[in-house]
Design a protein around this ligand. Sequence first.
Ligand code: GLN
Length: 493
Amino acid sequence: MTDPADLTLGEAAAELRSGSLSARELLDAVTARAANTEAQLHAFLTLDRDGARTAAEAADTAIAAGEDLGPLMGIPIAVKDNMCTRGIETTAGSKILSGYEPPYDATVVSRLRDAGAVIVGKTNLDEFAMGSSTENSAYGPTHNPWDTDRVPGGSSGGSAASVAVGSSIAALGSDTGGSIRQPASLCGIVGAKPTYGLVSRYGLIAFASSLDQIGPFARNVGDTATLLEVVAGFDIRDATSFRGARPDIAGGLTAGVAGVRVGMVKELMGDAIAPPVRAAVQRTIDLLDDAGAEIVEISMPSFDYALSAYYLIAPAECSANLARFDGVRYGLRVDGETTETMMGRSRAAGFGPEVSRRILLGTYALSAGYYDAFYGQAQRVRTLVRRDFAAAYEQADVLVSPTAPSTAFPIGAKTADPLEMYYQDICTIPLNLAGDPGMSVPVALDDDGLPIGFQVMAPALGEKVMFQVGAEVERLVAFDSRPALATSEVTLP
Ligand code: GLN
């Protein structure tokens, strides 16, 4: 019999309904998987054993009473630790929030609870989601389940690693410049960044508010769409929440790609991309071609400047957002003779080096005299990126590229040079600047047995065609590898 921790969300939901599996048994399997893998992975910062047990029992009671709260009822879900969970420590991977127990749930968390999901715990991340490897967590890195000497990607590395090994069935992450798609790619699972505004940011600890977006991880495309359907939708508490009717998300999953115009982004298929990654992406494009898609090559000249623009806009917004952590309102306080010294000391002790670097960069970029040269210029590039996307979507229904320029790199390999780390996001950042949706689907393993992800981008509110193409990619490549660590036989070292 399959270990329940290895079931997909769809399979587990069906078994829960047929009565062949209880929510409690499913939770026990996932908890056992965590017990067998956490020493090697460190995917979680907090495991909420009691809360999860109560939720699983409630799901079993509901099922026994014939209630149906939908596809997440009784499903173990992990939540990135930058989303507020009432009464459960929420640190955003930072010392400055150590011990902080929010008095409220983020909207996505309430939606999960209302749907009967079992929240298993809070996952590790780069401090305040700033990073591409989860090495910037103040609580130590997460390891890649395919090779524990390597990074899982970031910043949502804990969520991605957990879903990959089965210490959760699906998870939520956040994506400001690639933090869902890039770790999904490096961990060999599916991850999607929805259209800006589709999922409420209420209760998401803000990094760069014009870019931040919450989204789903799962082991296949359909399950990823299912989780997004539950958390998406208008929220009065988020001023940037999309007010229209929720767009169709899962309606195209079995529609195939005949006649779909697929644009291959020329700038993201060059020398900056590792040859095995480029080859796997090209093979996937060829499969789409054979399946009836119309392949067009598209040039996005502004992409050459997108990374630089992002690394001005994101730090500028972060410098404003992180001003609230002043030693008065939340978490850590280091005393001083005056309020100002107390604040200075608390911030110096509470923020790690990357977060401090971003606050400094952002403050500088926004300061009088430099504002126009840096922040203003970056905003103009943002407009150019939007225009390139608008023009591209005249010729194509979706755009495709690699998700990340390489497969998972060794822990420590890029920590000495921030620019090299920033470079990890060249493929993912452009669409955050435009506010569009994008997803990563695993398509191959390289010669070292490390997963390669394929990115599908779509116009704003184009989730349906994005998941449609993603699902066809999944069918065509039939990637079904799992990391060796994802077996219940692994025992603690
Ligand atoms: N790696 C990018 C950064 O460091 C993106 C992070 C994210 O999407 N949260 O800013």
